[in-house]
Design a protein around this ligand. Structure first.
Ligand code: ATP
Ligand code: MG
Length: 586
């Protein structure tokens, strides 16, 4: 328990039993969770095999695993550290017979599902694509209530049953089955559920504010009300409502687990005092945590204010980002070469990896990527979408599997990574897309060696952000959703405009959606350690036209004393005196 503050130590060292840790960003929640696991194993003699830690993305898992490796080297690899989908997959692999699957069942991608559905119903792909979400919704609703069936559930017996029978016949499951099938299995077989509860003597969940109904139900099946279960999170960072997550499960934890100990962490070790103060003001109008306290412990020598920048257009905003990065890094790009810049103002020891540019939707990344490219600044761009959702990724994977494009192995003599690169090089119609897809998939291919099946399985399960590399010395371009849980010394939160952040969906926005938009703004601000830039553009290209934009109303909730208003940094002209020297040097 060394290396923890007194509040964190109370949480990590609590007696076994249900434990709820409610705390704001940067308070060391993830750190506390890993220490609790380590403490129970190293200090309280719990067998590592009996520990289950669950999060939402593979990237978050990798981080947990890494932190555990450092804390309890021998034991960490024997714990089950996984995502909810990974946990469901594990249970299905163990119990495949009980659900009518063979030992080598596969996860179907969307294209396969659409094809199968189209075939079954005799309809074109467009129609199948329209039907699929409804089938998924009903499948999930049925699992959430299983084994109690109501009228709606039995009425789907038609198309859903035929779809499922066809999937089973081909030994396929889909992503939603990874939760729905284990839930139905355990709900219908109490003895089996009891065996799993016995096996997992300790269950931990990070980011619990983002569980959805099926994940919640699976968790309840794996625990009793007095279980050794530790959930950690921040209701004000609940940002996945649009995918079915429900922060209500977090808020009612002490009703579900009446024996629970509740611990609050109140010290923020991540962000400067200005950033902490600003973030608290931003979330205040719709906070879900009454009486929240958050004291800034770090960054006393960071800038005393948050910078707000108004740009003339989205292109000018991207230019502002690049020039500011260049200034902070002390002339790291081509820009400095042609502006003869050699000034101070650079922060000590900052590199590209310390910089993140965050935005509400992936569609905003275009001008940013282009500006970074022009300046010769390397970047990695990730969203929170499923890896397989991007058409260019699907095309690349199709090409990879097509022997006419990438002549198949004489297996083993070319790695997956090389074959993937060959497939990308062969792309003719969407070369930029293929290059982007290659950038996304290369880290995964490298991890999978030459195991194509593993590559495809991980692809089916993964989100784009799973292939984000924390060690790469590149600027990170991330959607706000993808940035959850991460931290960077320098953060640009761009597009702080009404209609974009908060994003307007169609004519009306429900109060829940509006509150979630504010939480996204809060999540974005609190990724920053010392430099936070909030920018907005007066004009933005959006869905094929240029529209005028007003600043986000969220900006108005920040007290003026915390803000600095930056003007566009005009690019300096080369100094005549220095030019001669520089030219001869070049
Ligand atoms: P988020 O809500 O964004 O997920 P979190 O609460 O999970 O944040 P962590 O990522 O665990 O926070 O920690 C935030 C930062 O604070 C990390 O850099 C971590 O190393 C540091 N930190 C946490 N606890 C302490 C501590 N007791 N002493 C020093 N640094 C700490
Ligand atoms: Mg965290």
């Amino acid at each position: 328990l060394e290396g923890l503050d007194p509040e964190q130590r109370v949480a990590a060292g609590a007696e076994p039993g249900p434990l709820l840790v409610v705390a704001g960003p940067g308070t060391g929640k993830t750190r506390t969770l890993t220490h609790r696991l380590a403490y129970l194993v190293a200090g309280r003699g719990l067998a590592a095999e009996r520990c289950l830690a669950v999060t939402f993305t593979r990237r978050a898992c990798a981080e947990l695993q890494e932190r555990l490796d450092q804390l309890v080297p021998g034991d960490a690899r024997r714990m089950l550290v996984t995502t909810f989908h990974g946990l469901g997959l594990r249970i299905l692999r163990e119990q495949h017979e009980a659900v009518g699957l063979g030992p080598g069942f596969r996860i179907a991608d969307e294209a396969e599902r659409l094809e199968l559905l189209g075939e079954l119903l005799g309809c074109p792909e467009r129609e199948a694509r329209r039907l699929l979400p409804e089938l998924v919704r009903r499948k999930r609703a049925r699992a959430a209530r299983w084994p109690d069936l109501d009228a709606e559930a039995s009425e789907v017996a038609g198309p859903l049953a035929r779809y499922e029978a066809a999937m089973r016949k081909r030994d396929l499951v889909d992503l939603d089955d990874l939760l729905a099938l284990p839930v139905m299995l355990l709900a219908g077989d109490p003895a089996m559920a009891a065996r799993y509860r016995e096996r997992f003597g300790f269950v931990a969940v990070d980011e619990y504010q983002d569980v959805d109904e099926l994940q919640y139900r699976l968790l309840r099946l794996l625990t009793t009300p007095d279980a050794n279960l530790c959930v950690i999170g921040d209701p004000d960072q609940a940002i996945y409502g649009f995918r079915g997550a429900d922060v209500g499960f977090f808020l009612r934890f002490t009703e579900d687990f009446p024996a629970a100990t509740v611990v609050r962490l109140t010290r923020n070790y991540r962000s400067s005092p200005a950033i902490v103060a600003g973030a608290l003001q931003a979330i205040a109008p719709s906070t879900l945590v009454a009486g929240r306290e958050l004291a800034a412990m770090a960054g006393q020598d960071a800038p005393a204010r948050i910078t707000v920048h108004q740009a003339a257009s989205d292109l000018a905003e991207a230019e502002f980002v690049v020039q500011t990065v260049d200034r902070l890094l002390g002339g790291a790009s081509f820009l400095s070469l042609d502006s003869g810049r050699a000034d101070g103002g650079a922060e000590h020891g900052l590199s590209f990896a310390d910089v993140a540019v965050l935005y509400r939707t992936d569609a905003q990344s275009g001008p940013l990527a282009e500006a970074l490219d022009r300046a010769g600044m390397p970047f990695q761009k990730r969203s929170h979408d499923r890896l397989g959702d991007r058409p260019a990724v699907r095309a690349l994977v199709r090409a990879l599997r097509d022997p006419a494009v990438v002549p198949g192995p004489p297996a083993g003599d070319r790695s997956l990574q090389e074959r993937l690169a060959a497939a990308a090089a062969a792309a003719t119609d969407d070369m930029a897309g293929a290059a982007e897809a290659l950038d996304l998939l290369a880290p995964l291919a490298a991890r999978c060696g030459d195991d194509l099946d593993r590559f495809l399985a991980e692809l089916a399960l993964g989100d784009e952000v799973d292939t984000w590399d924390p060690r790469a010395d590149r600027v990170s371009l991330l959607t706000l959703h993808a940035a959850k849980g991460l931290e960077f010394p320098v953060v640009f939160l761009v597009g702080c405009e009404d209609g974009l952040l908060p994003l307007r969906f169609g004519p009306r926005r429900s109060p829940e959606e509006a509150a979630e938009e504010r939480r996204l703004f809060f999540v974005g601000m609190t990724r920053a350690r010392s430099h936070l830039f909030l920018s907005h553009a007066r004009k933005r290209a959006w869905r094929g036209s240029v529209r005028e934009a007003e600043p986000s109303p969220f900006l108005a909730d920040l007290e003026a004393a915390l803000l600095d208003h930056a003007r566009a940094t005009a690019r300096r002209r080369p100094q005549p005196a220095a030019t001669g020297d520089q030219l001869s040097f070049l």
